[in-house]
Design a protein around this ligand. Structure first.
Ligand code: GLU
Length: 304
């Protein structure tokens, strides 16, 4: 299939909608000023063919998309014991909710809500430097150096009262081993990574190739089973409280972030990244979701 004309058509269809609906995330002050009227899309097939259109080269804050790669790191390091500390069920509540944690003795529902990612970073800290490792992993997977946005990381540290509360709450249940400040510093930095659609489509290609490195096919970054499980979690828990709607309308494992990015995986075929900063009421990129729906309708690609 020639994907370039498809992505060009999607950009044409989305362009008149730019800036009309949705809202840029403003609870992180450093994200509030990102111009809403931007849209990019990029993909990479498992054999390395690429297509891209719109603002595909513009870097943005990947936010919760980093949680997918943190999970990959956690699975590699701690194997199944990870699941003694973090669940694997959709939360059915807000990504930063405290309520469920109270009822479930401080064990987060899954690694893609904030509490789960914070608990995951705590696990990583016992083995490595999560900040350095995140940059090393993403830079390797997309074949270009990527960096933290220190302004965004500092902005989150200064205003992330809920995340600070989540970490302390879990600590009160004895679920966090390390010093809270170190855990949160790594978590906020993970969220602050800046990447473009093209870089994220490349990095996510590891998930459409049974865990093989996108640029070095003979190198296994994840096992086939780990990759399958990350995709399963993305499908069930990757898009906040809209995972059902994503499965229904798009039918692909996806992970979104409040920076407006969404990665999507067609297993054994390709990975995609869309980005548009204005979010809908569920916190997902409004035009990003629409673009993914167009892509699966036009190509017939879906896991169902
Ligand atoms: N850094 C954001 C937070 O912790 C991540 C939210 C997201 O992208 O889901 O609130």
């Amino acid at each position: 299939m020639d994907f370039q004309p498809i992505l060009d058509d999607i950009v044409e269809a989305i362009r008149p909608e730019l800036g009309k609906e949705g809202r840029v995330a403003n609870y992180i002050p450093a994200l509030a000023n990102v111009p809403a009227a931007q849209f990019g899309i990029a993909l990479r097939t498992y054999v390395g063919r690429e297509a891209a259109a719109g603002d595909f080269a513009t870097p943005f804050s990947i936010q919760s998309i980093s949680k997918v790669f943190a999970l990959g790191m956690g699975m590699r390091l701690t194997g199944e014991s990870l699941w003694e500390h973090i669940g694997r069920e959709p939360s059915g509540s807000a990504f930063n909710s405290l309520v469920q944690l109270e009822n479930e003795q401080g064990v987060p529902r899954n690694p893609f809500i904030n509490a789960g990612a914070i608990a995951l970073v705590d696990r990583l800290l016992g083995h490595l430097d999560p900040k350095a490792e995140m940059l090393a992993l993403l830079s390797s997977l997309c074949n270009e150096p990527v960096f933290f946005d220190e302004v965004v990381a500092a902005s989150e540290a200064a205003t992330g009262f809920r995340n600070i509360a989540l970490a302390n709450f879990m600590k009160s249940f004895g679920r966090i081993e390390n010093d809270i400040d170190g855990v949160l510093d790594a978590y906020f930095h993970h969220c602050s990574v800046r990447m473009s659609c093209q870089q994220l489509a490349r990095a996510a290609a590891v998930l459409c190739a049974d865990g093989a490195h996108p640029f070095h096919a003979d190198q296994k970054v994840l096992t086939e089973r780990q990759t399958r499980r990350i995709n399963a979690l993305m499908l069930t828990c990757g898009t906040y409280d809209a995972a059902g709607e994503f499965a229904y309308r798009i039918g692909l494992p996806c992970k979104s972030g409040v920076g407006g990015g969404i990665i999507a995986v067609v297993p054994d075929t390709l990975s995609l990244c869309v980005w548009s900063p204005a979010l809908d009421h569920t916190g997902n990129s409004l035009l990003g979701m629409r673009a993914l729906e167009m892509f699966t309708s036009m190509t017939g690609l879906s896991v169902f």
